[in-house]
Design a protein around this ligand. Structure first.
Ligand code: Z5A
Length: 213
């Protein structure tokens, strides 16, 4: 049995991950791949409880260290309970966010040291790296405008534009440092154009992985 692949979706506020996730799932299904879909923080019963704590505006005083550890607590459980077993069984996994989000939000946004996050990645996330990451990139103001139409903001969505600018910079730096894994998609364009890029990126990855159409 060959191991499955891990594909992750990343991006700032209102980047369109939910929309793109559905499209990627269909692309995979069209090639006979029934991917396990998951999300972070969350994706397991314990992880979803942790997500509730992380996003609850009642916890506005949560310190950056606690936030970072809770993100990795959720991830540690997800990796061991769902992602590693799926990959080992040959199943593909599609995750709405993964460790890059911690480098972007807790590293870039909150200023937590990169080495600390990298150490948590090795230990808590068992060193698991995605095989392909789609980074949906768009200007912060446009992302906030799109997200504003969605109802009450959660604890992290209440952050300032400066915070989200730092998140964006950190994401783009990670993508630039690892072009073999990342595909950066300009998601400020109309959805049909974004989805055409997504088809191209994922199609190319599947071709390279030897998955026939
Ligand atoms: N977080 C963290 O800090 N550290 C970590 O390690 C992890 C996460 C894993 C929850 O994540 C929060 O956790 C998140 C990061 C943090 N905080 N923030 N901010 P989440 O992924 O669950 O939450 P989210 O970032 O708010 O994602 P979302 O709600 O799923 O948004 P989205 O999927 O990117 O956007 P969308 O709902 O698909 O699209 C937004 C709107 O724009 C919607 O009306 C769409 O119809 C529209 N849209 C989408 N694409 C387009 C285009 N191309 N044109 C026009 N309109 C569009």
């Amino acid at each position: 049995m060959t191991a499955g692949k891990l594909i992750t979706l990343e991006g700032g506020e209102g980047a369109g991950k939910s929309t793109v996730l559905a499209a990627v799932r269909e692309l995979l299904a069209a090639r006979g791949i029934d991917a396990l879909i998951t999300r972070e923080p969350g994706g397991t019963p314990a992880g979803e409880e942790i997500r509730r704590v992380l996003l609850d505006t009642a916890h506005h005083g949560l310190c950056a260290e606690a936030e970072l550890l809770l993100m990795f607590a959720s991830r540690a459980q997800l990796v061991r309970e769902r992602v590693r077993p799926a990959l080992a069984a040959g199943r593909w996994v599609l995750s709405d966010r993964f460790t890059d989000a911690s480098f972007a939000y807790q590293g870039g946004g909150r200023g937590q040291p990169v080495e600390r996050i990298a150490e948590l990645e090795r230990w808590a996330a068992d060193g698991l790296q995605p095989d392909l990451t789609l980074l949906l990139d768009l200007p912060v103001a446009e992302g906030m405008r799109r997200a504003n139409g969605r109802g009450a903001a959660d604890r992290i969505e209440l952050e300032t534009a400066d915070f989200f600018e730092r998140v964006r910079v950190a994401y783009r730096q990670r993508a630039a440092a690892d072009p073999a894994r990342f595909r950066v998609i300009d998601s400020s364009r109309p959805l049909a154009v974004v989805l055409a890029d997504v088809h191209h990126a994922v199609g190319g990855f599947l071709d390279a992985a030897g998955v026939r159409a």
